[in-house]
Design a protein around this ligand. Sequence first.
Ligand code: MF3
Ligand code: CO
Ligand code: CO
Length: 258
Amino acid sequence: MIPIKSQEEIEQMRLSGRLAAQTLAMIEPYVQPGVTTEALNDRCHRFILDHGAVPSPLNYRPTPQNPMGFPKSICTSVNHQVCHGIPGPRILHSGDIVNVDITVCLNGFHGDTSKTFFVGPPTSRNKKIVQVAQECLALGIQAVKPGGCFGDIGAVIELHARKNYCSVVREYCGHGIGRDFHEEPAVLHYGTRNRGATLLPGMIFTIEPMINLGKAEIKLMPDHWTVVTKDHALSAQFEHTVLMTPTGCEILTTLEDR
Ligand code: MF3
Ligand code: CO
Ligand code: CO
């Protein structure tokens, strides 16, 4: 069952979504050559706490390999890292791209958003993969409309990636979000039009396509978190949390149009 949020829950999700967006906007000017990913983490961690929230990734999902769960407050995924990169002493250099993924929990409700930044002037490959990933998210969001279904979102993303000779990561997907960081449904970034569950008002979920410049295959690093492309080609990702409304889609993690 895909949860339908109440008006009260929707109000809370607007607040958590906005704070996640504010955190991402706050960190953007610090994404510069010479900065470490840990410095970005520490600034976001402080900002989130200062706004009365907690960073959802910190200690998220303990496993036997990682009994403390995810060790940091944000994810930073550089170049061929696809997602779930762990902030650390790595220094960002001109010519890198880095996805910064922010999830906050405010009053018990999660908001999740990410963006891929250029570090210094972008190369042509940087520009290409970041543009295609951004367009894939925009098209996915445009498919969120009355009468539509989850398959429409995946289909349009897969088609756009393919048209641009890029590939879509299949092992990780968007997700319902609310009082839980990851809820039903899994939002696939590939698929077929007119398939999957119907989009209904009150559903809240993320769309977060991971788009590769090379092949779709990925592998998990020995830290059991960082996901990288198998062929080491660049990967980029953008993410928004969206609300299905009676007339279309409301982006909860944007600072625009409010
Ligand atoms: N924010 C990621 C997502 O979009 C999940 C990160 S889980 C973590 O779903 F543990 F790696 F932080
Ligand atoms: Co997400
Ligand atoms: Co995220």
